[in-house]
Design a protein around this ligand. Structure first.
Ligand code: ADP
Length: 494
């Protein structure tokens, strides 16, 4: 999708929002609201209906009813596919408006929302629309086929609680709803409290597209209240969560008494590895995109940049030049390349890590290292050199535009260091040596390995993590496995 004009996009106006429960827009039972803040100005955008345990209970009951009675269980898989296609069409038709709302809530630049988020959202709904009528069981060649006929059915898991973060609010909705609905589940979504708006608009579009009441429910609210109630609710069969691993640990413990199915997509500290034989221009751009895309608020950000010693100095010079040239500013301006961090809390956390890098780790800050402007939560693209892998800035997820550069000489040592992290979400390798690329792709313990590229995504390509980076996969056929139960049916034939 191209950027339609070089004019600034108008800021949308929102005042008050409601929850979507059982196909109706309702205020929260408590009547409470919370403030939604525009991170590029610090101003209040809207007062958001704040759901908690009572609203979650209503939403789960509605989702359960929709799963067990009503039109949803009787709808054919093909009809569910059509519904997802109709939703994708509506998203495309309203792309400008949705993009502006996402920018307002999250602070990310409009050009990226139009070029990356929207096409991926639309693509995800279309991809899973295609799967809806192809999710099938098997007939099994058991012993004594004259006596027994044995087959499997793939059935929906049931009511899925979906808890999402604020870095790609719309895309996270798509990654959660599309496979869940394709398989015939019903959902209760808890968006992040920092970015509650676009999920609501997607809910409206889903209703217009023909989603029956109760199939999609949206309860905004806080993690410790609404999220917690969803995790503990006995009427929920599965929790799909994207966020920090520490939150996942809490969710896992809280989901234990009701033995919920769990899938997690969590953080990362991904190694981005450049060998001296790489196409330098591509690799420098890959390093920039790897860490600065989406203000560095990306779980698979290339936050540890491993450079072969021979090219270290030249590469750093080029990286620093690009970091300094990056256009920061109003995210509604189509020229802007980097917008605001999502919240004051996140802004403070990133600045704290920059301070740790400078004083505690004693790394060298060669670009950025400070806020940009005096309004909103902008941080300059930041590059640290003289980093060792055991430093805090090389081990802890910063989730901001901060890259730690580590030189390497020996390939075996490199693999050991790249894997010395609690995380295992993604990695990239830049080299022209195809054998080395494949060997390293096999040795690095991560859910995605990019070779001579970074941040390429597709709804068909599974995404998820090893180790503390997650459990299960989103996207691709793999996601369908996590949204279905397998039922084995035995039939006596004689
Ligand atoms: P971040 O700290 O970056 O906001 P989190 O992992 O805390 O990341 O948040 C991701 C999502 O998890 C948000 O929707 C948040 O409200 C939710 N959340 C936070 N704490 C809990 C919890 N204890 N139980 C359920 N959901 C939670």
């Amino acid at each position: 999708m191209s950027i339609p004009s070089m004019e600034k996009v108008a800021r949308p106006k929102v005042r008050q929002t409601q929850l979507l429960i059982d196909g109706k827009w309702v205020p929260s039972k408590s009547g409470k609201t919370f403030e939604d803040i525009d991170p590029s100005t610090g101003d209040v955008i809207a007062h958001v209906a704040e759901g908690d345990a009572a609203d979650i209970d209503e939403a789960v009951k509605a989702a359960r009813r929709a799963f067990e009675s009503g039109p949803w269980p009787r709808m054919s898989a093909r009809e569910r596919g059509k519904l997802l296609l109709a939703l994708a069409d509506r998203i495309e038709a309203n792309a400008q408006e949705l993009a502006a709302l996402e920018v307002l809530d999250n602070g990310k630049p409009i050009r990226e929302v139009l070029a990356a988020d929207i096409p991926l959202v639309v693509g995800t709904f279309r991809y899973y629309a295609g799967w809806a009528d192809k999710i099938a069981g098997e007939t099994l060649p058991v012993e004594n086929p004259d006596q027994f006929f044995c087959y499997t059915r793939r059935e929906p898991v049931g009511v899925c609680g979906q808890i999402i973060p604020w870095n790609f609010p719309m895309l996270m909705v798509a990654w959660k709803w599309a496979p869940a609905l394709a398989c015939g589940n019903t959902v209760v979504l808890k968006p992040a409290e920092q970015t509650p708006l676009t999920a609501l608009r997607l809910g409206e579009l889903a209703m217009e597209a023909g989603s029956p009441p109760g199939v999609i429910n949206i309860v905004n609210g806080f993690g410790e209240t609404a999220g917690d109630a969803l995790v503990k609710h006995p009427g929920v069969d599965k929790i799909a969560f994207t966020g920090e691993y520490r939150t996942a640990q809490i969710i896992m413990a809280n989901a234990a008494p009701t033995l919920k199915r769990l899938t997690f997509e969590l953080g990362g500290k991904s190694p981005n590895i450049v060998f001296a034989d790489a196409d330098m221009e591509q690799a420098v751009q890959g390093a920039v995109d790897g860490i600065f895309f989406n203000q560095g608020e990306v779980c698979c950000a290339g936050s540890r940049l491993f450079l072969e010693q021979k090219i270290h100095d030249e590469f750093v010079d080029r990286l620093v030049a690009r970091a300094k040239a990056r256009r920061l500013g109003d995210p509604f301006d189509p020229q802007t390349e980097q917008g605001a961090q999502v919240s004051k809390e996140q802004f403070d956390k990133i600045l704290k890590y920059i301070e740790i890098g400078k004083t505690q780790d004693k790394a060298r800050c060669v670009a950025g290292g400070e806020r940009f402007g005096d309004r909103g939560y902008f941080i300059r693209p930041t590059v640290f050199t003289n980093v060792r892998n055991d430093m805090r800035i090389a081990q802890e997820e910063i989730f901001g535009p901060v890259v730690a550069v580590l030189p390497f000489r020996d390939e075996r040592e490199l693999v050991r260091e790249a894997n010395t992290t609690i995380y295992g979400l993604a990695a990239a390798i830049w080299t022209k040596d195809i054998g080395r690329a494949h060997a390293l792709a096999a040795s690095i313990r991560a859910g995605t390995v990019w070779v001579n590229c970074y941040n390429t995504f597709d709804p068909a390509a599974p995404f998820g993590g090893y180790k503390y980076s997650g459990m299960g996969r989103e996207c691709g056929r793999e996601a369908l496995e996590h949204y279905t139960e397998v039922k084995t049916v035995w039939v006596r034939m004689a």
